[in-house]
Design a protein around this ligand. Structure first.
Ligand code: ACO
Length: 333
């Protein structure tokens, strides 16, 4: 019997410290007006010196498990999408696994930069569909502030820190009362499909200029903003069409688009290209900035908690990030 993944709960965490555009303008040649006009970002949360990615991830995971009504002992897989692990190894996911008190199953990190959460969803859904996992905690968590060049105004104003998590559980297709057909039936609740891509010829558009095997330093983010912008709008529109076509749906069927939060102009241009009303796009970018792998689960948790995303809604997650990597996941909530 084929299984599918349903979302049982969501949770998130943002560090306490909020840094406004004006505060950045005190130490950089920039302005609130420039940042808002070019990006839509008004502020970002920055982790305290004592807070690591695992600390943010742990709180988000605990909140998601609590909402799901699932004990850590029932979880058999923990996936953490991050570009800013606590250490080169062990995987930060294993630290969170230990701190959660989860003793069985497996935990590992996923590295696809800003696409990490949709890559994680694809991995989680595959493990559930193949019967290798029953209950998965999927987290996106970042302390991106640690890899920024705070003197480079072209990048440091764009990012923030945070974490979000979801709990996925396996159901038999026949157990789901909304489910009427086979695994391609788009009326059934749960993850309908995931789609991931990468293009390794575009590494140089967005990268970190360090690493254990190259410079033995952590390195800092470097980006060709204009080129990334151009790729983002095309790749993101294409991935939405791919997900729709696969499920015999059209863009109009989408109730909520939960995009990776990189730039308001990317969100607006993608929605325009797709002919999707901006009212259907969940936006947290103004308050969170770009939190890389954490941005989608942070936005999703907000939209679930405030009642916008309801049972039966068709929710599309999409992202693009360094690599370049990009992907989407379609969920009937
Ligand atoms: N404040 C003031 N001026 C700035 C700032 C700043 N923070 N940053 C750049 N400028 C200046 C530049 O120096 C340049 O000045 P010049 O004309 O005198 O040389 C001018 O503004 C224009 O610079 P551009 O880079 O051409 O500005 P653009 O309109 O492209 O905006 C931005 C830059 C916001 C980075 C944009 O390209 C962008 O958002 N790209 C997408 C990148 C992105 O979101 N990456 C995130 C990771 S990937 C992802 O998540 C999809």
């Amino acid at each position: 019997m084929l299984k599918r993944s349903i979302v049982l709960g969501t949770g998130s965490y943002l560090p306490e410290r909020v840094v406004s555009n004006d505060e950045l303008a005190e130490r950089l040649e920039t302005s609130h007006e420039w940042i808002v006009t070019r990006t839509g970002i008004r502020q970002r949360h920055i982790a305290a010196n004592s807070e690591m990615t695992s600390d943010l991830a742990l709180i988000a995971a605990k909140r998601a498990l609590e909402e799901a009504g699932v004990a850590a002992s029932e979880v058999d897989m923990l996936l953490l999408a991050t570009t800013t692990p606590d250490q080169t190894f062990p995987a930060t996911a294993t630290k969170v696994q230990g701190q959660l008190g989860m003793t069985n199953g497996a935990a590992f990190d996923i590295q696809a930069v800003c696409s990490g959460f949709v890559y994680g969803l694809a991995v989680a859904d595959s493990f559930i569909k193949s019967g290798q996992a029953e209950t998965i905690v999927l987290i996106g968590a970042e302390t991106f502030s640690r890899i920024l060049d705070w003197k480079d105004r072209g990048t440091c104003v764009l990012f923030g820190d945070g974490a979000g998590a979801i709990v996925l559980s396996a159901v038999e297709n026949s157990e789901d009362t909304m489910q009427t057909g086979g695994p391609r039936d788009n009326r059934g609740r749960g993850v309908l499909s995931t789609h991931i891509h990468s293009n390794g010829n575009t590494n140089e558009l967005l990268y970190v200029d360090g690493g254990p095997s190259s410079t033995q330093t952590v390195g800092q983010v470097r980006m060709n903003g204009r080129e990334v912008f151009r790729y983002a709008v095309n790749n993101l529109a294409n991935i939405v069409y791919e997900a729709m076509e696969f499920n015999n749906l059209v863009v109009d069927d989408i109730d909520w688009l939960v995009p990776h939060q990189a730039n308001k102009r990317i969100l607006d241009s993608t929605a325009k290209k797709l002919g999707l009303s901006t009212d259907k796009v969940i936006v947290t970018l103004d308050r969170h900035a770009n939190t890389s792998a954490a941005s989608i689960p942070l936005a999703l948790d907000e939209a679930v908690k405030d009642g916008r995303v309801k049972s039966g809604d068709l929710v599309l997650l999409e992202a693009m990030g360094g690599g370049l990597t990009w992907g989407a996941g379609l969920i009937r909530w």
